[in-house]
Design a protein around this ligand. Structure first.
Ligand code: GLA
Length: 379
């Protein structure tokens, strides 16, 4: 990929890049919609991601080339302005440029930029966090300024919250930044505090990407976020992480049935993350798998961020030998299902799951066998 990136950059801009960076996508292992509620979450950086190559130019221009579309967007230096339509992908690196001053860092002036990816977009694997972190490291390389890993993560989140306009928590950027091969990333989102936890040997991640996405997915994510914040307020806490199951029951009469179910999902999901950490430490993969599937059922019935397609995959996977557990991964309302499996689950088994899906929906999900990989880095 690196050679291909250098070759493409040279073909587009007529010279070699100065800096090359890469940031991975992520799997949400467990901890659904817990991050912006101040809870805990476990994720894994995957062995696919976004590569960025940059070189300064002496012009008052920033050129952004996407190897995916083959198109270049040229923008003036100065205040980043959000783009629409085909150029809207530049809002991720532009959001990073806009975020840098908020962290006391300079934004580079004129440069030529090229992004390349082997991460499917729209699969719920957070290609947006990957491009944000790869861009942040590339821009820091251009200005020669330094920032620690946590700051790079926060720059990416700031870009997403304030420029792209999605009120996400720190999961995606945190995992992309702190990923480690064959490890899960544990985040206590209140600190935030980041740790890595070894993946049990002999386990595998399989992703089934449905290619379905609710048309209003961003609005629905924001609505869930608001419902949680409102429920916390009604329960008299600043974030749902501060309320436990007893507090929820004590305040139930004050909540609508819908708010109660949203809050119950988050509060129980935070408890499931803790139980998962314990089960991983004890090497109890059966328990880990049950927690993963319980998380999905909670999404399905309480948080209502699953879809019929995702449910079918989870039902099929959990009835398949070799699967410890399966759940939707990420924000929901479409996207992908993740399964944790043993080594006996293979391409043939995965094809049977895909065939069951095709029989019902007429199209095959993308099947990706992934490993937990390293976090964002300058190459
Ligand atoms: C998306 C967001 C994350 C997180 C998940 C749900 O991936 O970007 O911050 O809220 O949804 O857990």
């Amino acid at each position: 990929m690196k050679d291909q990136l250098i070759a493409s950059f040279t073909a587009v801009y007529g010279r070699a890049p100065e800096i090359i960076t890469r940031a991975p996508g992520r799997i949400e292992f467990i901890g659904n919609h817990t991050d912006y509620n101040g809870g805990t979450v476990l994720g894994a950086a995957v062995d696919r991601g976004v590569w960025v190559a940059v070189a300064a130019n002496a012009e008052p221009r920033r050129r952004f080339h996407s190897a995916y579309s083959g198109e270049t967007v040229e923008l003036p230096v100065g205040e980043p302005k959000a783009q629409e339509g085909k150029a809207s992908w530049t809002n991720y690196p532009q959001g990073v440029l806009a975020a840098l001053p908020a962290f006391g860092l300079k934004a580079p002036q004129g440069f030529d930029y090229l992004a390349m990816s082997d991460l499917p977009a729209g699969a719920g694997l957070s290609s947006s966090a990957a491009i944000e972190l790869a861009s942040a490291l590339a821009f820091l390389g251009l200005t020669g300024e330094t920032a620690d890993r946590e700051t790079v993560v926060k720059i990416g989140k700031h870009a997403e919250n304030h420029f792209v306009g999605v009120p996400c928590g720190i999961l995606d950027q945190g995992v992309s930044g702190f990923g480690r091969a064959d490890h899960l990333v544990f985040i206590d989102c209140r600190g935030p505090r980041f740790e890595t936890v070894p993946m049990p040997t002999g386990t595998h991640f399989w992703i089934f990407n449905t290619h379905t996405k609710h048309a209003l997915v961003d609005g629905m994510y924001a609505a869930r976020n608001k419902a949680c914040v409102d429920a916390a307020k009604t329960l008299g806490v600043s974030l749902l992480v501060e309320a436990d199951a007893d507090a929820l029951e004590a305040g139930r009469a004050k909540l609508s049935d819908e708010s109660y179910r949203r809050a119950k999902h988050v509060i129980e999901e935070i408890a499931r993350v803790e139980s998962t950490v314990e089960a991983l430490a004890a090497g109890d993969l059966k328990a880990v798998g049950s927690l993963l599937t319980a998380s999905h059922r909670s999404s399905q019935y309480l948080f209502e961020n699953s879809t019929e397609e995702l449910d079918l995959l989870v039902d099929t996977l959990t009835a398949t030998p070799g699967v410890y557990g399966a759940r939707l991964t990420g924000g929901g309302f479409g996207g992908a299902v993740m399964a944790l499996t043993d080594g006996g689950f293979n391409d043939e088994t995965a094809a049977k799951v895909a065939a069951a899906y095709r029989a019902k929906y007429g199209a095959s999900p993308d099947v990706l066998h992934m490993r937990a990989g390293d976090g964002a880095a300058v190459l």
